[in-house]
Ligand binder design. Structure first.
Ligand code: UDP
Length: 342
């Protein structure tokens, strides 16, 4: 059985945590990354946690010839494709940057997999494909809504490209994992999220505010039709999310897939409001956060959370980490980055 996995974007936030879990599960990992939104410190973190430095190639997945050299040099049978841009607002301002990068990287990887006869691919999709869903929680059968940003559109288009390519290519199988809101960091605090500039996402904004890097967290809207007026999301621990990739690869490597192309939601199945998350962070870390209520953020849906039955039953995957532990890990990571004594 071939237990070698190419992790495209393996130095990034989800990629680095997945690399750790793959190594722990006995896989050989080859990381490709161009450090466009990451740096080499995550590779050192992986080594500190696992004792193993994954094989690393600095390359852009959009550079097909560079990627061809990776396929020539390494005989992995499986690929996990994380290498994509992910900032919704930036994608609205610079749509071509998103279409070019997110689509071309996928096309290159799939074409090379077909050419070199590589069999298994996991794709990073997102709950954003559901848009403002009519019925909650969402299952994998919930219809996708038209995308509201170029970023979301690249995720929908990528799912379709993967599905079509799998069906057209004998021996190729794929799994798309639809992530809800990944948060937290490895409990060792050796790897975590490293947002560049002002964070767009809630938890990095919270940890930077607690660290004094940002003055005040804005809570975007307290007049939504939810119990406390703030939005509801499904916050999934990054290590739990990473484990889902290992199970997805195992399912394909061991020939247990029920269809050549499969889709799984990866969330906790539990809606949490912005206020609950802020309070949870304060309690878990015994500190007070400076926050205020601000206007709604354009494009935010009121509520979204996952039905995870399919991943539970088919992947044997369950979200295990408690939210308070995840929020403790997020703070421990921020402290380690900033050199703060907790
Ligand atoms: N949010 C907030 N303040 C921030 C960032 C986010 O109130 O500075 C809210 C946002 O409105 C949403 C939730 O936190 O309800 C999660 O937002 P995030 O950007 O992390 O993920 P999204 O669900 O938009 O993908």
């Amino acid at each position: 059985m071939n237990r070698r996995v190419l992790v495209a974007g393996g130095a990034g936030y989800i990629g680095s945590h997945t690399t750790v879990e793959l190594i722990a599960a006995g896989y050989d990992v080859i990381v490709v990354d161009n450090f466009s939104n990451s740096d080499a410190s995550s590779l050192e973190g992986i080594q500190r946690i696992t004792g193993v430095m994954p094989t690393f190639i600095e390359a852009d997945c959009c550079d097909k010839e560079a990627m061809r050299r990776v396929f020539e040099a390494h005989d992995f049978d499986s690929v996990i494709h994380f290498a994509a841009f992910k900032a919704v607002g930036e994608s609205v301002a610079e749509p071509m940057k998103y279409y070019r990068n997110n689509l071309l990287s996928l096309l290159n990887i799939l074409e090379l997999m077909r050419e070199y006869g590589r069999r298994n691919v996991v794709f990073s999709s997102s709950a954003t494909v559901y848009g403002d869903a009519d019925v909650l929680p969402v299952t994998e059968m919930t219809p996708r809504k038209p995308a509201t940003s170029p970023y979301g559109n690249t995720k929908q288009m990528s799912e379709d490209i993967l599905r079509d390519m799998v069906h057209a290519t004998e021996g190729l199988q794929g799994i798309a994992l639809r992530y809800f809101n990944p948060i937290g960091a490895h409990p060792s605090a050796h790897i975590g999220e490293l947002p560049r500039g002002v964070p767009n996402n809630l938890v990095p904004y919270i940890t930077q505010t607690a660290a004094g890097v940002r003055e005040c967290l804005s809570i975007f809207g307290d007049d939504y039709p939810t119990p406390d007026g703030s939005c509801l999301r499904d916050y999934i621990d990054i290590v739990d999310l990473a484990r889902a990739h290992v199970l997805a690869i195992g399912r394909m490597v061991e020939g247990r897939s029920k269809a050549r192309y499969e889709v799984f939601n990866v969330g906790t199945g539990r809606p949490v409001s912005v206020f609950e998350l802020v309070k949870g962070f304060e309690q878990a870390n015994d500190l007070k956060l400076n926050y205020r209520v601000a206007a709604r953020r354009e494009g935010d849906v009121t509520a979204i959370w996952a039905d995870t039955t399919l991943a539970n039953e088919e992947l044997g995957w369950h979200a295990e980490r408690e939210l308070c532990d995840t929020l403790r890990a997020a703070w421990a990571w921020e402290c380690s980055v900033r050199g703060i004594d907790r």
